[in-house]
Design a protein around this ligand. Structure first.
Ligand code: CP
Length: 312
């Protein structure tokens, strides 16, 4: 592919190849010297129009470890604040000949739009409620390494599904890899038409978690609730917060995941989140760097393989 805009556009083979390459980068990242020249001479620009800790830091480290020149724009201090549009901002940066443009934006479709306007590879680092493809890929790598496979698993995605691009990308990816997916949440936080995605829907955590291999928790995404129903944290934790008692309904070796940022005592018990026997939350972060290295390498190689005239 020319860009990484969503899991929607990836085939099973592409997902497996990317994860295989990412596995190699996990090994590199655990060495004392974490450096490769795969992206030497390349320029990577990160444009984050929404807050981020994990995605922004890992994209920056990924580029640097591959030898690219990496620039993370501070969008709060940019001319966007003077009224410049997303497209004009992207065209301005495009004129400086970047090879990779990483974008996070509150509007669904922002990354797709940019990809039509610029000459470089665009990586979607999260666009509104639409997709967060590198998150789903890092989750997939974490699951594959913990469970030894990425197919025929029973996986529960729990909480605020309606506002979650992480849920959407994960449902697409895990579905393509032929897993059984359950979504669990209050009816107000499940999007209409969710059953069309081939998932089983539950409103009760204990029912939904029964015998699953993987439990994926989500944050209440208040920033996208725009005046709609916002549950009280206390009530939400009581009914949907993951604790040891609710987790006991899953398989004894079920793993606990959370994309972060997490709100302890809202969607997950803090002690459980820190329990290294069950929680793979820190592994998810580690996999994030490796997956982003693999994604950028594959995009650059795909573009290099294209006929020269198309590149200009
Ligand atoms: N999981 C995730 O996207 O985290 P950040 O918002 O901190 O990047």
């Amino acid at each position: 592919s020319e860009h990484l805009l969503g899991i929607e556009h990836l085939g099973q083979d592409e997902i497996v190849s990317l994860l295989d390459l990412a596995d190699q980068y996990v090994d590199l990242n655990r060495r004392d010297v974490k450096h490769s020249e795969v992206l030497a001479g390349m320029t990577q620009i990160n444009m984050f129009f929404e807050n981020s800790t994990r995605t922004q830091a890992s994209f920056e480290l990924a580029g640097k470890r591959l030898g690219a020149d990496v620039m993370s724009m501070s969008m709060q201090a940019s001319s966007v604040k003077k009224g410049e549009t997303l497209i004009d901002t992207a065209l301005t940066l495009n004129a400086m000949h970047p090879d990779l443009l990483v974008v996070r934006h509150p509007h669904s479709g922002a990354a797709d739009l940019l990809a039509q306007k610029v000459n470089c590879a665009v990586l979607n680092a999260g666009d509104g409620r639409h997709e967060h493809p590198t998150q789903a890929l890092l989750d997939a790598l974490t699951i594959r390494r913990a469970k030894g496979r990425l197919h025929r698993l029973s996986i529960a995605i729990c909480g605020d599904i309606a506002h979650s691009r992480v849920a959407r990308s994960n449902i697409l990816l895990l579905g393509k890899m032929e897993n059984r997916i359950r979504v669990i949440g209050p009816p107000t936080l499940l999007p209409s038409g969710i059953d069309e995605f081939g998932v089983e829907v539950f409103n009760d955590m204990r029912e939904g978690l029964k015998d699953v291999d993987v439990v994926m928790m989500l944050r209440l995404q208040r920033e996208r609730m725009d005046g709609g129903f916002i549950p009280s944290e206390r009530e939400y934790y009581h009914r949907y917060g993951l604790d040891a008692e609710k987790l006991s309904y899953a398989k004894p070796d079920a793993i606990v995941m959370h994309p972060g940022p997490m709100n302890r005592g809202v969607e997950i018990d803090g002690t459980l989140a820190d329990d290294i026997n069950r929680s793979v939350i820190q592994e998810q972060v580690e996999m994030g760097v490796a997956v982003r290295m693999a994604a950028m390498e594959l995009l650059v190689k795909a573009r290099r393989a294209r006929p020269r005239e198309v590149l200009v």
